[in-house]
Ligand binder design. Structure first.
Ligand SMILES: [Zn+2]
Length: 158
């Protein structure tokens, strides 16, 4: 049996924060604001995976009011998400995700993000598709007020 899930996340772009995306730190003058490291791509992907398993969302499992998740590396959230679906008898099939950001350029870093997340999940990097787009200077992403990410994930019964 296969199941599909979708995820969406947004974080505000601010000065004085590191920019984490897909598990790697990008060199940029601003970063995403959040309780954890605010890795918007990993968060959207985790919500897609949890949604596919009908296991609520990352806010439910990793509350942003908890001291335990403060400043948390989102790679840990990803690893725990895979463990959560495994506990219900599922494993990841594939992921397809899109980052919406005016700046910085994401494309040069996509292979490193795929490698990093594949290592965390323990899957082939070919299972993780990441795409990036601008929103043509429109909306909050276009004004560089924030970065959003969309993801779909397919899971299968072990
Ligand atoms: Zn988030």
């Amino acid at each position: 049996m296969i199941r599909v899930g979708m995820g969406y996340d947004v974080h505000r772009l601010v000065a004085g924060r590191d920019l984490w995306m897909g598990g790697i730190k990008l060199d940029y003058e601003m970063g995403l604001l959040g309780h954890s490291d605010a890795d918007v791509l990993i968060h959207a992907i985790c919500d897609a995976i949890l949604g596919a398993a009908n296991m609520r969302d990352i806010g439910y499992h990793f509350p942003d009011t908890s001291a335990e998740t403060e400043g948390m590396d989102s790679k840990i959230i990803l690893k725990k998400t895979i463990e959560l679906i495994a506990s219900k008898g599922y494993r990841l099939g594939n992921i397809d995700a899109t980052i919406c950001a005016e700046k910085p350029k994401m494309n040069p870093h996509i292979p490193a993000m795929q490698q990093c997340m594949a290592q965390v999940i323990g899957c082939d990097p070919d299972m993780i598709s990441i795409k990036a787009t601008t929103t043509e200077k429109l909306g909050f992403t276009g004004r560089q007020e924030g970065i959003s990410a969309y993801a779909v994930a397919l899971i299968e019964r072990v």
